[in-house]
Design a protein around this ligand. Structure first.
Ligand SMILES: Nc1ncnc2c1ncn2[C@@H]1O[C@H](COP(=O)(O)OP(=O)(O)OP(=O)(O)O)[C@@H](O)[C@H]1O
Ligand SMILES: [Mg+2]
Length: 900
């Protein structure tokens, strides 16, 4: 076999692992046979080459089987032997094989590889099978075969291969992320995710086709809009020769099917081909393997074996033939969109009348939110338009629709073209929209300001409403309630109440009202709107916004329902973008309700979609919950990965920066690193304006920050910081916010030694939570309460409260905190598990300190963890050293390890 050289193998970790485990088995009980199978070009040979290259120590004997040699008995055996065979009996040849393989020292298995084993001669296969049984050494036979054996393979050979299928490795198609890797390694190309998906569909994930395409096609072509993707040259030549072998009517039928696209009806294809005996023609192309026949709702339809075949046929047609076929097809098909598609494809030059029709059609599709169809029609319309201004306008609108269809990468591919157009309100609004979604506040603000200044709402209310709508989104992600309300009201006033801009703006308006403290008005706005909202894309936005509001306003159960119904996009042409927002808040809702596994599943699903959406704006929001949940569950590698992906800076939108900061703070809190909590949240105290960020319920940061201040010894700062938040929460009657602030307030009272006040505050906080389904918040209050009691020396009382915290955390799977509770309980003294050794001479406090320090914690960390001062930790440690007769931390660690 060849050396794989430096081709990077993508997407094969599972197959390689399978081969490894079979090899291990071969090392134990000889011999094993493994069949590596898959369609041509799927990468079978490449896989085996890489496997062998990873084991240079294995003695490997390879042969390549070919159709023309398959009739020659022992042809393959001779290749393995490197010499002619001297007998015609498979068992004799087996002996020759055994004698020829020169056993190296050690017990490594022999590996025999037959590539394209479907073409092996039967005699050689028999000899090889016998040989491995005769060897007194472990051996592994790798049979590389085609899963769709071509015609002419002898039945005996297939039968023998079948019998070897106990170990079978099916080589899978590459997926979109493999394809992106491939593009990167082969062509240094950063393939946009949707293009990668398209390519996978186009090639059925076949690495041979993918490799060829990526090498043959100019890289810039991938970001351009192409009605039919290109075909690898060798594949095109193969299809071409199949076509040439067909009779004229059969060929006409295949070509018609290719022009009709999708899975066309046989009747349509036959009509388009204009042939007399369509069934005979169909029979012929079916036998040639160019088309298959199927049924769809009782109608006979034609299907190409792969999209690549259809593309090859289509691209083989000359311009005149294509024009004629499309022209004719436009008269045959029934669907209006398709008819227009055919007419557009048939039009070689600009065609203003057709361009207008496509524009009108796009407007119809827009009313139901079918943004992909809108974009497609507008792109075509633009290409057919004569007037330059109008042509540009249509393309700009197409890009807006692409964003609406959540095809941000494709929209971005058009961005340079649009940037080259003269400034206009519409152009700037669309480019501003792109800037928002990419998380670029300064650029978005500039473009939207420019756009609004140049726009005259009196003469062009539609564009004005569009700008307002983009401003609504911009205000939302800047988390600026008053602006949001203002722009939403403008949008609603500018257009017809049923207009999408008006409805979409109104659907977000409630969030703006709530962010400025107008909670009652916010709820009322949604109640009014819910009566009016249409099903479909608009209701998705509505459900998302309302769910978000309900979560913020202490109704997580309703929030869960609303957000869940805003997640699916398929059945009502919803937007992936809105769905991703909904998933981000759904994950938070599940977290709040204590369904942490659900939250993690939601995050994982959203992360997957996020990869393809190029939507930086929602990235931190999604990863925030991932980071926090994993940290609490003690899965630090996952938590750190989410933290990394949640990163955002203060130059980003608050909607990115706030969740990113919270994620960092919450992870640091789990680690009792309060200095890091303060570092993460301090910038939030400087954000302007304050209304949104301080509005209770939306961003639960004040308690985390105040708690860290107390733990860092800044009790007065915590006190001052908390007061306005407490006032606002009380004013709104926001129970969970009052409870959370109580958590921090109780710490303040405890730190000041006023245990009675602390007890009051904690008890009130728990009462607020009594009727709310927020188990994590409850556990958190109990934990702080327990620690505070213990510090005040109320050990028995502390123990009971800490036990409640422990149970809460345990039910959530918050292992990080279960451990902290256990340490507290030990420090509390009542639940102490006594060691049989000298450690039992330690007091509970000393033991808790010892355990942490022996585990590698610094005095400061131990102090943070146990809610003690650093001085106290030092004091305990000195006593521990004295009692145990040791002098250093490492001695302490060693002794502790021995005795645990
Ligand atoms: N996992 C992979 N990563 C990168 N490139 C790959 C991978 N698999 C295959 N290729 C590339 O695709 C091409 C086809 O692969 P290969 O020859 O291994 O296919 P095959 O399944 O053996 O096909 P056939 O049945 O025709 O022998 C090769 O040029 C190889 O470089
Ligand atoms: Mg091969």
């Amino acid at each position: 076999m060849r050396d794989p050289g430096n081709i990077e193998l993508v997407g094969r970790s599972r197959e390689l692992a399978e081969l490894e485990s079979i090899l291990r088995e071969a090392g134990e009980n000889a011999p094993v046979v493994v069949v590596v199978e898959g369609v041509p070009g799927i990468g079978k040979t490449t896989l085996v080459e890489h496997f062998l290259a990873a084991h240079p120590d294995l003695p490997a004997f390879s042969a390549v089987c070919t159709p023309w040699a398959s009739g020659h008995p022992f042809g393959v055996a001779q290749q393995l032997l490197g010499a002619a065979v001297t007998s015609e009996d498979p068992v004799d040849v087996a002996r020759e094989l055994v004698a020829a393989v020169d056993p190296p020292a050690g017990d490594v298995p022999f590996v025999f590889v037959l590539d394209d084993a479907q073409w092996a001669d039967l005699a050689s296969l028999q000899a090889l099978t016998s040989a491995v049984h005769l060897l007194d050494r472990p051996a592994m036979i790798v049979l590389v075969t085609n899963s769709e054996p071509p015609e002419g393979v002898p039945a005996d050979v297939l039968d023998l291969l079948d019998r070897h299928r106990r170990h079978r490795i099916h080589v899978r198609p590459l997926d979109a992320s493999d394809t992106r890797r491939l593009a990167n390694t082969l062509a240094h190309l950063d393939l946009p995710a949707p293009v990668a998906h398209q390519l996978v569909q186009h090639t059925a994930g076949n690495p041979r086709h993918l490799t060829q395409l990526l090498q043959e096609v100019d890289p810039s072509a991938w970001s351009q809009w192409q009605p039919v993707l290109p075909v690898p040259r060798t594949f095109a030549a193969k299809v071409q020769s199949q076509l040439s072998a067909c009779s004229a009517p059969a060929r006409a039928l295949v070509e018609s099917a290719a022009v009709l696209a999708g899975d066309p009806r046989f009747a349509d294809a036959a009509a388009l081909a204009g042939i007399e005996h369509p069934v005979e023609a169909l029979d012929e192309i079916h036998r040639a393997g160019l088309l298959t026949v199927g049924e769809h709702r009782g109608v006979t339809v034609l299907t190409f074996p792969s999209p690549l075949t259809r593309a090859a046929v289509y691209r083989s047609l000359g311009p005149i033939r294509l024009r004629d076929l499309h022209d004719h097809a436009a008269q045959i098909v029934e669907d209006e969109g398709r008819r227009l598609d055919h007419r557009a494809a048939a039009a070689p030059f600009a065609d203003p009348a057709l361009a207008d029709e496509l524009d009108t059609y796009s407007a119809q599709r827009a009313t139901v939110g079918a943004w992909s169809a809108v974009a497609d029609a507008l792109i075509k319309s633009s290409r057919l338009t004569v007037d330059r201004g109008e042509r540009e306008q249509r393309l700009i609108r197409a890009v807006d629709a692409l964003v609406g269809a959540s095809n941000l990468p494709q929209a971005l591919a058009f961005a340079p073209e649009i940037e080259s157009f003269p400034e206009s309100p519409l152009r700037d609004a669309v480019l501003g929209y792109l800037a928002i979604l990419r998380g670029r506040p300064a650029e978005a603000d500039l473009l939207l300001t420019q756009s609004w200044t140049a726009c005259d709402p009196g003469t062009d209310p539609a564009t004005a409403a569009l700008i307002c709508q983009r401003r609504v989104l911009d205000s939302l992600v800047r988390w600026h309630g008053p602006d949001l309300v203002e722009w939403a009201s403008r949008a609603v006033a500018l257009v017809d109440p049923g207009d999408p801009s008006a409805v979409e703006s109104a659907a977000i308006m409630g969030l703006g009202l709530a962010a400025t403290g107008q909670v009652v008005e916010a709820r009322a706005a949604y109640d009014t709107l819910s009566a009016k909202i249409a099903l479909g894309a608009q209701s998705q936005r509505f459900d998302m916004a309302r769910g978000w509001l309900d979560l913020a306003l202490d109704d997580p159960e309703s929030a869960r329902q609303e957000l869940e119904s805003a997640v699916p996009t398929a059945f009502r042409m919803g937007s992936t973008r809105i769905s991703l927002w909904a998933q981000a808040w759904l994950a938070r809702t599940q977290f709040a309700l204590g369904d942490w596994s659900g939250a993690i599943a939601t995050v994982d699903r959203a992360v997957h979609q996020l990869e393809d959406a190029a939507l930086d704006l929602v990235r931190p929001l999604v990863h925030w919950t991932g980071a926090q949940t994993h940290a609490l569950r003690g899965n630090w590698p996952a938590a750190h990965e989410h933290l990394r992906l949640a990163a955002a800076s203060s130059h980003d939108y608050p909607m990115m920066f706030i969740p990113s900061s919270l994620a960092r703070a919450q992870c640091a809190e789990v680690q009792a690193d309060y200095a890091a909590v303060i570092r993460a949240l301090e910038p939030l105290t400087r954000l302007q304006p304050r209304e949104g960020i301080d509005e209770p319920g939306f961003w639960q940061w004040p308690d985390v920050y105040a708690n860290a201040l107390v733990m860092a010894g800044r009790v007065d700062d915590a006190d001052t910081f908390l007061t306005p938040h407490e006032e606002r929460a009380a004013e709104r009657g926001h129970r969970s916010a009052m409870a959370r602030l109580g958590y921090a307030r109780g710490r303040v009272a405890g730190a000041r030694g006023d245990i009675d006040a602390a007890r009051d505050v904690f008890e009130t906080a728990l009462t607020h939570l009594d009727t709310l389904p927020l188990p994590y918040d409850r556990a958190r209050v109990n934990f702080a309460y327990g620690q505070t009691l213990r510090r005040a020396g109320k050990r028995r009382e502390a123990d009971a409260v800490m036990q409640a915290a422990r149970e809460g955390y345990f039910a959530l799977g918050a292992t990080s905190y279960v451990q902290r509770c256990d340490r507290e309980l030990k420090a509390g003294g009542l639940n102490l598990k006594r060691s049989r050794f000298t450690l039992e001479e330690l007091t509970p406090q000393e033991r808790a300190v010892t355990e942490l320090v022996a585990g590698g914690a610094s005095n400061k960390e131990a102090a943070g963890e146990l809610f003690l001062s650093v001085k106290t930790v030092q004091y305990h440690l000195t006593r521990v050293y004295a009692k145990l007769g040791i002098r250093s931390r490492s001695e302490l660690a060693a002794q502790f390890r021995d005795q645990e």
